[in-house]
Each structure stands twice: as structure tokens, then as C-alpha cells.
Design a protein around this ligand. Structure first.
Ligand code: FAD
Ligand code: FES
Length: 255
């Protein structure tokens, strides 16, 4: 992990709200899927966290949704600008050698770290299915998914693309006939909570990438802690990827 300045190499904006930005890779260590970078956007003195959404030797991607002032400022930055980043930070999805059948489940912009994960699974020649759901067709960024030999299952809440319903329903439908070795998921908190409940019912190991407001991003300030079975856990340092069984799920999203 190192603080450094990296150049924006390219930027594309989809549907006025999703930004696919590629940055110079000047990492001092090789990032793993699930890790994130903490970026100074200039909107406040606080950095903003973004998952590493794919990484090559030369460059890496962040894929983000424009939400407030920080993401707006970042979206407005032009190719060639330098960004002050810290990373790679946090832990990663545990892809063990003995996993033969993996289900990857993305909800909305939660797809970002799972793009990196799926590229890495393809490189490792792992067998996996990719479940990807969003509210409506224009929220699906399926054209960013890596090419390769894996099954893709899409759903939208309004049925405008893929199957109609939530992606957790699509997952449940398939679990009746076959159980994977593990589920890796990222998306809205309440979706991850539901994944956790489904995986508990079917006794399937599952790992979820959680989000919380971050301050230092380095494990120092305790500002991002969540309630977990083994005490408080820092999303930035002990996560963002957690075993779903360790999380004490709340009624409302963390943020
Ligand atoms: C580990 C991690 C990885 C993330 N990866 C991605 C990603 O790959 N793509 C992506 O689009 N978003 C990602 N996020 C969320 C992203 O960091 C926030 O959307 C962003 O910080 C909002 O900044 P803002 O200044 O635009 O919004 P603000 O004006 O500060 O707030 C707007 C909204 O964003 C929420 N928000 C504010 N700060 C955070 C925060 N630190 N984390 C989450 N939500 C926040 C607020 O609750 C509010 O609803 C990630 C968050 C974490 C913790
Ligand atoms: S943000 Fe400071 S400990 Fe996580």
C-alpha cells in the first residue's frame, strides 16, 4: 500500500451516471479482487473509496456511480489529470484452489469488484456462473463483463432485460437443483443480507463485500466499524470482504 499520484488514462460515462475510468497502475504490490483504492477527489478533505474493477500490468479500472459531490468531481476530471490515491487497501475474495463451482452475484454498481474477480477466475480457469441484477436495463453494465466461457444470468426488477425479479430470486431458483462451493457477492446491503440468509438456509459458504463510510481507510480511526460476531470489525482493514456468517446484519443499510 502506497500513497501516490496516478494519471487518468481514459474515461467513459454511461447513462449520465456510471463512470468507467482507467488509471495508471503504479501499485507497489499486485492487487487482488475485492481490494480498493482511496482517492482524494477534492470535494472535502476526506478521500472516497472505490473497488479496483480490473487490473493489468499497465493500468487499472474504477467503475463508479455518480452520487454526491466527490463522485461528481471525479467524473468531471479529464484524461491526463493526476489523482492522489492510496492502495491497494483491504482484504480480498478468498479464491481457494479447491473451489470448483463458484457463483458470483452482483447487484447494481456492486459489479465493480466482481469484474476484476471474474477476469481473475477466467485466468485461473475456474468454473463460475455470474448473476447480475439491476433495477432496470439502463443500470446494467453487462457490456463491461469480460469475454470468456462462463454462464451469465441477468435480471431486472421491471423485466426490461433478462429475467424479471431480483437477482437473489434468480440465485434461489438455481440452488434448488445445484449447490456451488461458494458464493461471492457485492451490491446493496439489503441484497447481501438476503444472500446471507439464502446461503445459510442452503448451507453454502458465502463472502460479501460491504460498504461503510470511510475516513482514514487505513484501519486507524475506527470510523468504519461494523458489528460482527467476533467483535467490531473495520470495513477498511478487516474487510471489505467478510464471511457472511461473521456479520451481525442490521435492519437498515449501514449507509
Ligand atoms: C470499500 C468500498 C468500495 C467501494 N467501491 C465502489 C465502487 O467500485 N463503485 C461505486 O460506485 N461506489 C463504490 N463505493 C461507494 C463510494 O465510495 C461512494 O459512493 C462515494 O464515496 C460517495 O461519495 P460522494 O462524495 O459522491 O457522495 P457524498 O455526497 O459524500 O454522499 C452521497 C451518498 O453516498 C454515500 N456515501 C458517502 N460516502 C460513502 C462511502 N465512503 N461509501 C459508500 N457510500 C458512501 C452517502 O451515504 C450518500 O448516500 C465503495 C465504498 C466502499 C466503502
Ligand atoms: S476508515 Fe478509519 S478505520 Fe476504517
Amino acid at each position: 500500500m502506497k500513497q501516490q499520484k496516478v494519471r487518468i488514462l481514459s474515461k467513459k460515462i454511461y447513462n449520465n451516471r456510471y463512470v468507467d475510468m482507467w488509471l495508471e497502475n503504479r501499485f507497489s504490490e499486485v492487487p487482488e479482487p475485492g481490494q480498493f483504492v482511496h482517492i482524494f477527489t477534492g470535494s472535502t478533505f476526506l478521500r472516497r473509496p472505490f473497488s479496483i474493477g480490473t487490473c493489468t500490468e499497465k493500468d487499472f479500472r474504477i467503475l463508479f456511480q455518480i452520487k454526491g459531490a466527490g463522485t461528481r468531481k471525479l467524473a468531471d476530471m479529464e484524461t491526463g489529470c493526476e489523482l492522489d490515491i492510496i492502495g491497494p487497501l483491504g482484504n480480498h475474495f478468498p479464491v481457494r484452489d479447491n473451489l470448483n463451482e463458484i457463483y458470483v452475484v452482483a447487484g447494481g454498481i456492486g459489479i465493480a469488484p466482481l469484474l476484476f474477480l471474474s477476469s481473475s477466475l477466467l485466468e485461473k480457469k475456474k468454473r463460475f456462473k455470474f448473476f447480475y441484477g439491476a433495477r432496470t436495463k439502463s443500470d446494467l453494465l453487462d457490456f463491461l463483463m469480460p469475454d470468456g466461457d462462463y454462464e451469465k444470468i441477468f435480471s431486472t426488477d421491471d423485466g426490461s432485460y433478462g429475467e424479471k425479479g431480483t437477482i437473489v430470486e434468480m440465485l434461489k431458483n438455481r440452488l434448488h437443483s445445484k449447490k456451488p462451493d461458494v458464493v461471492f457477492s457485492s451490491g446493496p446491503y439489503l441484497m447481501l443480507k438476503e444472500i446471507s440468509s439464502v446461503c445459510s438456509r442452503y448451507d453454502i459458504p458465502a463472502y460479501v463485500s460491504l460498504e461503510n463510510i470511510m475516513f482514514c481507510g487505513l484501519g486507524v480511526c475506527q470510523g468504519c466499524v461494523i458489528d460482527a460476531k467476533n467483535g467490531y470489525q473495520r470495513v477498511c482493514r478487516d474487510g471489505p470482504v467478510f464471511n457472511h456468517k461473521d456479520v451481525i446484519w442490521q435492519k437498515k443499510p449501514l449507509i
